[in-house]
Design a protein around this ligand. Structure first.
Ligand code: C2O
Ligand code: CU
Length: 497
C-alpha cells in the first residue's frame, strides 16, 4: 500500500530524482521536463522511470544560529522609464551563491542572486520585463498574485527555451501588495523554485503611502523557506523526505540576525517553500498584521502567532521601541529559531499604524457556486482536483469574464483517510479573492482582505468569492505545495468573453 510519501514519489518522481542526484542530473531532468510537457503520459512515466534511483545524502545539521546577517534583496533598476511603463531586463542564469557561510551553492537564479532582485512597481503604472533564459532548460515566469493577461502569466506549458528571451507585461492595475515572481514550468516548478527561482515584486501606491506606515529602510521584505544541504553546500531536493529540509533560510541565509533600530518596522513575510508551512511567533511579542496576499487588511490585527503556508504573504509591523537597545527578539517556527532581530540603535520614527487601513468593496451577488475537491487522485498515483490530475488539453472550468463566483474548496485528504491527513493550499491565478468562511465559521484573523492563496487543512471546507474581471484566455488554479501541483493537483481555468 502506498503511503503519503509514496504518492509524492510515484507522481512527483521526476522532481525527486533529478534533484537528489545533484546538479548534472538536474539539468538532465530539466531537459526531460520539456520533453515531458510535449509527450504523452506514458512517455512521461517512462521518463520518470528512466531518471532512476534517488541518491541519498545525509542532511547537514542546521547552521549555527545567528552568525550571519540577513541581507535585504537588492532592488532592480529599470533599464528605461518611458511614458507609462518601466522596463526591466532580467537574466535567468545559473550562479554560485553563498547560502551557508563559507560554502558555495549552485543555484538557478534571476539575475545571479539566490533571491532575485525586488521589482518595485507602482499601482497604475505598467512594468515590462524582458527575461533572457541563460539556463540550459526551458522556463517561464509567473507573477504570483498579479492581475495579468494570459500571455504574460507564465502558463505552465508556455515555456521559452534556453537562449531565448521573452517579454512579459504587467499592468499593475491592482492595489498595493507584496507579490512575488517564480518559475512555473510544468513538472519542474517545484525544483526550479527550490533552487532559487524566486523574487519579490512589490506594488506600491500613493494612498498607501499616505497612511505613513513604516517605509524606506524600515520596510523590509523577508522571504522564508526551508532547504536541505549536503556537506559541501549543495541543495538536495528529496521529495520523500521534506523533513530533511532542516535548514531554515531568511532572505537566503540560514538563521540570520538582522540589526534593527528601536522603532517600528514593516516586514513583508513570504513563505517560498515548496511544501513547508511556517508557524511563526516572536516569543510573545506582538506582531501587528497589516496586509495579506492582496494588500492591506481593512484593519490591523494583533497576532502572537502567524501561520504562513507556501506562497502566502503576511505583512507585519513590529515596534522595537518597546525594547531596550541590546534586546534580541527571535522569530521562531514552532519553537525552532528562524531569524533574530537585534535592537542596536535609536532612530526617529514618525510612522504609524492607523486603526483603519482600507475599505473593502461590497461583495457582488455570485453567478454560481462551484466545488473544488483537493485530494490524492483515485488512482492513488497522483494528486488531483475533483479527481482529475492536470491535463493541459482539458479545460476544467470556464468562467465568463466579469462574473463573480463562489468556490467551495474542500480538502478530502482527511485525517482518517488512507494517507492520514494531508494539508493543501489553494491558489487561483489572475484574481485576488475573498475568504467567506471556513467550515461555516468566520475566516481566520488576517483573512479579511484579498487573498490569492489559502491553506486548507485536512477535512476543511473554505468558501471563497472571486470576480473574474480580466482577459479571455487560459489560466490555472492549483495547490501551491509545489510538490503536489507538480504531481497533478492543478487544473485549468478558461476565461471567456
Ligand atoms: Cu505561485 Cu500558479 O503560482
Ligand atoms: Cu496540496
Amino acid at each position: 500500500m502506498l503511503n503519503r510519501r509514496g504518492v509524492m514519489l510515484a507522481a512527483g518522481g521526476v522532481v525527486a530524482t533529478g534533484a537528489s542526484l545533484g546538479l548534472p542530473a538536474m539539468w538532465m531532468s530539466g531537459r526531460g521536463a520539456t520533453a515531458t510537457a510535449q509527450l504523452g503520459r506514458s512517455e512521461a512515466e517512462q521518463h520518470i522511470m528512466r531518471i532512476g534511483m534517488v541518491a541519498k545524502a545525509s542532511p547537514l545539521q542546521a547552521a549555527e544560529p545567528f552568525t550571519v546577517e540577513m541581507p535585504v534583496p537588492k532592488v532592480a533598476r529599470p533599464v528605461s522609464t518611458r511614458g507609462d511603463t518601466d522596463v526591466y531586463e532580467l537574466d535567468l542564469r545559473p550562479a554560485q551563491v553563498e547560502i551557508l557561510p563559507g560554502k558555495t551553492t549552485q543555484a538557478l537564479t534571476y539575475g545571479g542572486t539566490f533571491i532575485g532582485p525586488t521589482i518595485k512597481a507602482k499601482s497604475g503604472r505598467k512594468v515590462r520585463v524582458k527575461y533572457t533564459n541563460k539556463l540550459e532548460l526551458p522556463v517561464n515566469v509567473h507573477l504570483h498574485g498579479g492581475h495579468v493577461p494570459p500571455e504574460s502569466d507564465g502558463y505552465p506549458m508556455d515555456l521559452f527555451a534556453a537562449g531565448q528571451s521573452r517579454t512579459f507585461d504587467y499592468p499593475n492595475q491592482q492595489d498595493a501588495a507584496t507579490l512575488w515572481y517564480h518559475d512555473h514550468t510544468h513538472h519542474m516548478e517545484a525544483e526550479h523554485v527550490y533552487r532559487g527561482m524566486h523574487g519579490f515584486y512589490l506594488i506600491e501606491c500613493e494612498s498607501e503611502q499616505q497612511l505613513r506606515l513604516p517605509s524606506g529602510q524600515y520596510d523590509v521584505p523577508i522571504m522564508l523557506r526551508d532547504a536541505h544541504f549536503d556537506a559541501s553546500g549543495g541543495l538536495i531536493l528529496d521529495v520523500e523526505h521534506p523533513e530533511a529540509r532542516s535548514t531554515l533560510l531568511a532572505n537566503g541565509r540560514p538563521l540570520p540576525f538582522f540589526p534593527v533600530a528601536a522603532r517600528k518596522y514593516r516586514f513583508r513575510l513570504l513563505n517560498s517553500s515548496i511544501h513547508k508551512i511556517f508557524e511563526l511567533d516572536l516569543g510573545g511579542v506582538e506582531m501587528i498584521q497589516i496586509a495579506s496576499d492582496g494588500g492591506l487588511l481593512p484593519e490591523p490585527v494583533t497576532r502572537s502567532k502567524l501561520t504562513l503556508a507556501p506562497a502566502e504573504r503576511a505583512e507585519i509591523v513590529v515596534d522595537f521601541s518597546r525594547h531596550a537597545i541590546g534586546s534580541k527578539l527571535v522569530l521562531s517556527d514552532t519553537g525552532a529559531p528562524v531569524l533574530r532581530f537585534d535592537v542596536t540603535r535609536q532612530a526617529a520614527d514618525d510612522s504609524r499604524v492607523p486603526t483603519r487601513l482600507r475599505s473593502m468593496p461590497a461583495l457582488p451577488a455570485p453567478a454560481r457556486t462551484r466545488r473544488m475537491k483537493l485530494a490524492v487522485a483515485p488512482s492513488k498515483m497522483a494528486y488531483a482536483i475533483n479527481d482529475l490530475s492536470w491535463d493541459p488539453d482539458r479545460v476544467d472550468t470556464v468562467v465568463q469574464n466579469g462574473t463573480t463566483e463562489i468556490w467551495e474548496i474542500y480538502n478530502a485528504d482527511t485525517v482518517d483517510s488512507e494517507f492520514g491527513g494531508i494539508d493543501h493550499t489553494f491558489h487561483l491565478h489572475m484574481v485576488q479573492f475573498r475568504v467567506l468562511d471556513r467550515d461555516g465559521r468566520p475566516p481566520l484573523p488576517g483573512e479579511a482582505g484579498f487573498k490569492d492563496t489559502v491553506l486548507v487543512r485536512p477535512g476543511e471546507t473554505l468558501r471563497i468569492q472571486a470576480t473574474f474581471q480580466g482577459w479571455p484566455g487560459k489560466y490555472v488554479y492549483h495547490c501551491h505545495m509545489q510538490e503536489h501541483n507538480v504531481a497533478g493537483m492543478m487544473a485549468q481555468l478558461e476565461i471567456v468573453r
